[in-house]
Write a protein that binds this ligand. Structure first.
Ligand SMILES: C[S@@+](CC[C@H](N)C(=O)[O-])C[C@H]1O[C@@H](n2cnc3c(N)ncnc32)[C@H](O)[C@@H]1O
Length: 379
C-alpha cells in the first residue's frame, strides 16, 4: 500500500490483518507508521527550513535521523526542507531497513538519503568517529529519548539543531515518580501544570547532557501535543556558556498554595525538579515559521500548525512565568471557575500582562504577583 504525505510517496508496512475494532493499530505494524504523527513531521519540516534560514552556520548541511521506521521523515527532510544536503537515515529493524530502501527508491532520492540498518547509538557514534559533519539530529523513538541523547548531542555540530520527541509522558509529568528520578534525575510529582513541567524536565535533561560535552542549548520551540513532548533546541559549544546555562537556567519549581507554581516567589509547600527554567520559544523562529506555515498550503496539518504557533508567539513574551490553571485555582479556592478570558482581562485591567498557553486550554501565563493572581479569582 502506498500513501502520500507532504510531498512524498510512502510504501506502508503490510498491516497483516492487525486491525483492532476496524482501526489500524500503528504499534502492531511490523514497521511503525503513525498517521497521527503527520502533524509532528509537517511541523519539523518547517522548523528545519526556518533553522536553515535563520541559524544554520552553513548550508547545505547534513541531518541524521537514526530511528526512522519507514523513512518518511528522512525523505521529507531531504525533499521538502530548505538547506538540507544529505540525510543519514537508520533503523535497527530489518523490515524497517528494507522499507526505507524501497521508499528512497520510490521517491528517487538516492543522491540525498543514505540509510543503514544500525542501532541508533552505533550509527551516531560512527558518524562522529568518521568526522562526518552533522548539523541537525532528530531523535524520534518509542517512549523515552534518553538512551539516544548522549550520542546525539555529542554528534551535533556547533550551532546545530537537535529535535527530540518523548512519549513517556507519564514519567515526564510526574505520575511515575521513581522512574522520573531514575531516568531524568528529577524529583517530581503530578501538578496541574504537569504538561509544561514535562517539557521543562526534558529540556533540563538535555541541558545537563549537553553540559557534559561542554555544550549549551537554546530552545527554539517546545510543545506538548496529543500524547507527546516535542522540543527543538539549538546546540553550541562553549564551556563558559555551558556553565552559565547550568548555573542560571536550571532550578527547582516551587509548588505553592492554591495550586499555584512559581520559580521565584511563594510560601512553598514543596518543590520539584531540577527543571529547565529558561525560555521555551524563540520569537524570530516563530515569526519565520508562521510565515512559512501560511504559505505551505500542501501541508495537511497547516491549520493546526498555524493555531499552535500563534498561541506560542503570544505566550512567548511571558515564557519565564510558569502557567497557572483557572480550574485548579478555583477548585483550591472552592470558587466558581471563571472563563479564561475573564481572568486574563482582569489581570490586564490591573496593569499586568497575561496570555493563554498552548500547554493547557484552561491555563494562562502572567507577570502578576501570585497574590494578584489569586485576588482576580475572588469576587
Ligand atoms: C517511533 S518509530 C519512528 C517513527 C519515525 N521517526 C517517523 O517519523 O515515522 C521508532 C523506530 O525506532 C526503531 N528502533 C528502536 N530501537 C532502536 C535502536 N536502538 N536503534 C535503531 N532503531 C531503533 C524502531 O524499529 C522503530 O522503527
Amino acid at each position: 500500500m502506498v500513501t502520500r504525505e507532504g510531498k512524498v510517496l510512502i510504501y506502508l508496512p503490510e498491516p497483516r490483518g492487525l486491525v483492532s475494532g476496524g482501526r489500524l493499530e500503528p504499534a502492531w505494524m511490523p514497521v511503525f507508521y503513525n498517521p497521527a504523527m503527520e502533524f509532528n513531521r509537517d511541523l519539523s519540516v518547517l522548523v528545519l527550513s526556518s533553522y536553515a534560514s535563520l541559524y544554520a552556520p552553513k548550508r547545505p548541511f547534513t541531518v541524521a535521523e537514526p530511528l526512522a521506521a519507514t523513512g518518511v521523515r528522512c525523505i521529507r527532510y531531504a525533499l521538502e526542507s530548505e538547506g538540507v544536503g544529505r540525510v543519514y537515515c537508520g533503523d535497527v529493524d530489518r523490515e524497517a531497513y528494507e522499507l526505507i530502501e524501497k521508499n528512497v527508491a520510490l521517491n528517487g532520492i538516492w543522491h540525498k538519503v543514505s540509510f543503514a540498518r544500525r542501532d541508533a547509538n552505533a550509527l551516531l557514534s560512527d558518524l562522529k568517529g568518521k568526522g562526518v559533519p552533522v548539523l541537525a539530529v532528530d531523535i524520534d523513538p518509542y517512549g523515552s529519548p534518553v538512551p539516544f541523547l548522549d550520542s546525539a548531542i555529542n554528534l551535533v555540530g556547533n550551532g546545530g539543531l537537535l529535535m527530540v520527541t518523548a512519549t513517556d509522558t507519564a514519567v515526564l509529568e510526574g505520575s511515575k515518580r521513581s522512574k522520573a528520578l531514575r531516568r531524568y534525575g528529577c524529583k517530581l510529582q503530578k501538578i496541574p501544570q504537569s504538561k509544561e513541567v514535562a517539557a521543562r524536565v526534558l529540556l533540563g535533561y538535555i541541558a545537563r547532557a549537553a553540559a557534559r560535552y561542554d555544550k549549551w542549548i537554546r530552545p527554539l520551540l517546545s510543545l506538548y501535543v496529543d500524547y507527546y513532548v516535542r522540543v527543538f533546541v539549538l546546540v553550541g559549544r562553549s564551556s563558559s556558556r555551558s556553565l552559565r546555562m547550568v548555573e542560571e537556567e536550571l532550578g527547582m519549581l516551587r509548588i505553592c498554595k492554591n495550586s499555584l507554581a512559581h520559580f521565584e516567589e511563594c510560601e512553598e509547600k514543596d518543590s520539584i525538579g531540577p527543571l529547565w527554567r529558561g525560555d521555551l520559544f524563540d520569537l524570530p523562529l516563530l515569526q519565520d515559521l508562521l510565515a512559512r506555515a501560511r504559505a505551505q498550503v500542501y501541508l495537511s496539518s497547516q491549520q493546526r500548525i498555524i493555531e499552535i504557533l500563534e498561541l506560542a508567539r503570544e505566550e512567548a513574551r511571558l515564557q519565564r512565568f510558569v502557567h497557572q490553571r483557572t480550574d485548579a485555582i478555583s477548585s483550591a479556592l472552592k470558587a466558581r471557575t471563571p472563563k479564561l478570558e475573564e481572568v486574563i482581562g482582569r489581570l490586564r485591567e490591573k496593569g499586568y500582562d497575561a496570555t493563554p498557553t498552548l500547554f493547557s486550554p484552561t491555563g494562562f501565563r502572567s507577570n502578576a504577583p501570585l497574590s494578584e493572581i489569586l485576588s482576580s479569582f475572588l469576587p
